[in-house]
Design a protein around this ligand. Structure first.
Ligand code: NAD
Length: 251
């Protein structure tokens, strides 16, 4: 597959999970991923997405090389509830999940030609009142950032879209209690966790020319979890206790 041949795509959070799957998918599509993460490796450069100076240094290192795509996968969760969350943890979650993508877009948009594509990674939590309030507010903010950036950059032919993963098996969800996993999957009509590759394939579509008229969109990749608005529990309960109606006699 060569859908991204000749294109340089910057991927944050590329050391793990969804970011690593996106970087691999970009490579498989003939593109050149530049992976960034605070956990560097031979294939991933060191960068803390919260640090504006590091973004400036990275952009300068590119030395005018065009950037055709950006995927902001770096993120953290913080599962404190409303009454427990401390300001420091709250702001750090915003710094990684919201300020990070903002700084990335600001640093790299000037290097993007017309036709470039930015994909932010939001969350199912951005579509609901999910209990971990620092994470949820940060992901709702990612939606706002994506829409504002889509409007701001459309005049230069740069598209910005958000992808909202549901429960995906990665290092992040591996730290969640089993109850969290079970309750999340019970709300997922497809009845299973997603794989990082299933998010990456949708990101790849948004990066490519097949999505050339798509901007300011939000695409859930969540096995249907956001589509029923809580009605799955009602449907499941009724199905379990279902008694067929007595047929009405034709007489
Ligand atoms: P992950 O923990 O596997 O990967 C996240 C990566 O981000 C890690 O490699 C980590 O080192 C990096 N990172 C964290 N803070 C950073 C910083 N300050 N600077 C640079 N890199 C940093 O998690 P994942 O599940 O692959 O998550 C990727 C994105 O998808 C996140 O934004 C997450 O909120 C979102 N998401 C995940 C799920 C899920 O179920 N896994 C669901 C919805 C949304």
């Amino acid at each position: 597959m060569t859908a991204l041949a000749g294109r340089t795509i910057v991927v944050t959070g590329a050391a793990s999970g969804i970011g690593a799957a996106v970087a691999s998918a970009v490579e498989a599509a003939g593109g050149t991923p530049i992976g960034l993460d605070q956990q560097p490796s031979a294939r991933v450069r060191s960068l803390d997405v919260r640090e504006q100076a590091q973004w400036a240094a990275f952009a300068a290192q590119l030395d005018g090389r065009p950037v055709h795509g950006l995927v902001t996968c770096a993120g953290i969760t913080w599962r404190a509830r409303l009454g427990d969350v401390e300001p420091e943890a709250f702001w750090n979650t915003q710094a990684v999940n919201v300020l990070g993508p903002l700084l990335a877009i600001r640093a790299l948009a000037p290097l993007m030609p017309a036709g470039a594509s930015i994909v932010t990674i939001g969350s199912l939590a951005a579509l609901q009142g999910h209990y971990p309030v620092a994470y949820t507010t940060s992901k709702w903010a990612v939606r706002g950032l994506s829409h504002a950036a889509a409007l701001e950059l459309a005049g230069r032919g740069i598209r910005v879209n958000a992808v909202h993963p549901g429960f995906i098996d990665t290092a992040m969800t591996a730290t969640a209690p089993q109850t969290f996993r079970d309750a999340s999957l019970a709300q997922t009509p497809l009845g299973r966790a997603g794989a990082p590759e299933e998010v990456a394939s949708v990101v790849l579509f948004l990066l490519g020319d097949g999505a050339s008229f798509v901007t300011g969109a939000e695409i859930p990749v969540d096995g249907g979890a956001s589509s029923h608005g809580g009605a799955k529990a009602v449907s499941d309960a009724l199905r379990a206790s279902y008694v067929p109606p007595t047929p009405v006699s034709a007489a």
